[in-house]
Design a protein around this ligand. Structure first.
Ligand code: MN
Length: 419
């Protein structure tokens, strides 16, 4: 495993810094009220790569590619440009760079910036690919005997979500209203969700298009990078609506992603295989090499005015299917994939109680409230802030994603009242 790549930028060589030269994640920022621009995080700063390109210090084939406030043009330009970009930035930012004085004016302290969605989300699909999560939820909803649907060990189960619902970290999420089942045989009613929840996930950002089925190896090469993803879920709405076509309004309120796309290249040293198969996969879904990643993940909850409690710790390597397998499966019937498609991994839960990636599992359907600083929780209460964090630990360095954070604000008193 390669060690830290040293940089002249302040803070970048700290072993705990999430943004060393090894990382170079892609984001979109604005300063004051200025127009958003593309930037790359390094140390405690953002490098204004739109500015670098404008100044002629960063020349990309087919450019300009960074004169827009999203990374889709870079993604579309293809893997050779992705590599060139990283190589050029590594040269400019390396400890022995001869270009330090030319680049310094393009560094802006992270603390001064507003971060925006890093790419235009073309379409959004969410999977259900964590073995422990599927077993836990299946046991609660259908009993231990029928926990895993018969197809689960053969294909990554997914549903088509809404790109329009994807928001960047820091965006408030309003508790939704929806139709929920009444107790016993009572008629359904329309009410604010009382079982609003999170799902700890990773999101794969598709950087190349496809037309027709692709192999798992081809799918892996199409992925530009990864984000943290919180699939906000209204469990009471979900329980009433999910059969027979899967979740719909329960997942339509918001999906929060972290502000930085960590490029696949930055995660190469952290590749791990998926866990052993319980039944063999058909050949078109078999993994030709390690395609999951060793990323330590945690979920933190802060009540209004209260202290933070880390409510779950797990790792992406717990997943049964890799993002490449999910993307390959997505194309099997000919579905064209687009630059900017976002694929949610599915909830990442580990085998132990404190490694469950949703409150539904942590509180076992609300039957076993868990302890947080200053109280207990079964589901999210108004003004709770949830933060997802992820990091890969290298030899003397850390690759981080930036926080994926959202505060749940109270439901409207009347969602149909027009002001
Ligand atoms: Mn989900």
């Amino acid at each position: 495993m390669t060690g830290l790549i040293a940089s002249w930028v302040d803070g970048a060589n700290d072993p705990a810094c999430p943004f060393p030269l090894n990382n170079l994640p892609c984001g979109v920022f604005s300063l004051g009220g200025d127009d958003p621009r593309c930037g790359v995080a390094i140390g405690r700063s953002v490098l204004d790569v739109s500015g670098l390109e404008e100044a002629g210090l960063l020349v990309l084939e087919g450019g300009p590619l960074l004169d827009v406030p999203f990374w889709n043009d870079v993604m579309e330009a293809g893997p050779a440009v992705w590599s060139d970009l990283r190589a050029r930035l590594a040269g400019l930012l390396a400890a022995d760079s001869a270009e330090q004085s030319a680049v310094e004016p393009f560094l802006i302290p992270l603390a001064d910036l507003v971060l925006h969605l890093p790419f235009l989300v073309s379409e959004y699909t969410d999977f259900y690919a964590g073995r422990h999560h599927a077993a836990n939820v299946g046991t609660m909803f259908r009993g231990a005997e029928n926990a895993l649907p018969p197809n689960w060990l053969h294909i990554p189960i997914g549903y088509n979500g809404r790109a329009s619902s994807v928001v960047v970290s820091g965006t408030d999420v309003r508790r939704p209203w929806g139709q929920v089942k009444g107790p016993d045989d009572a008629a359904p009613r329309f009410a604010p969700s009382a079982r609003f929840d999170i799902e700890l996930e990773m999101g794969a950002v598709v950087g190349q298009p496809s037309d027709g089925p692709v192999t798992v190896a081809e799918a892996d090469a199409m992925i530009f990078g990864y984000v943290l993803l919180n699939d906000w879920s209204a469990r009471d709405i979900q329980a009433w609506e999910y059969q027979p076509l899967g979740p719909f309004q329960a997942k339509a309120t918001a999906t929060t992603i972290s502000p930085w796309i960590v490029m696949r290249a930055a995660l190469e040293p952290f590749r791990v295989p998926t866990p052993p198969r319980e039944v063999p996969l058909l050949p078109h879904l078999a993994e030709p090499g390690p395609m999951l990643y060793d990323i330590a993940l945690e979920v933190a909850l802060v009540p209004e005015g209260g202290r933070e409690t880390v409510i779950a710790r797990t790792n992406w390597r717990e997943m049964y299917y890799s993002p490449a397998q999910q993307l390959a499966h997505h194309t099997t019937c000919g579905c064209p994939m687009n630059v900017g498609d976002l694929l949610g991994s599915g909830t990442i839960s580990g085998p132990t109680r404190d490694s469950r990636g949703s409150l539904l599992e942590l509180s076992w359907g609300g039957k076993e409230p868990f302890v947080i600083s200053g109280g207990t929780r079964s589901f999210i209460q108004d003004n709770d802030t949830i933060t997802l964090r992820g990091q890969a630990l290298g030899d003397g360095y850390t690759v981080g994603f930036g926080d994926c954070r959202g505060k749940v604000i109270p439901a409207l008193a009347d969602p149909y009242k027009r002001t």
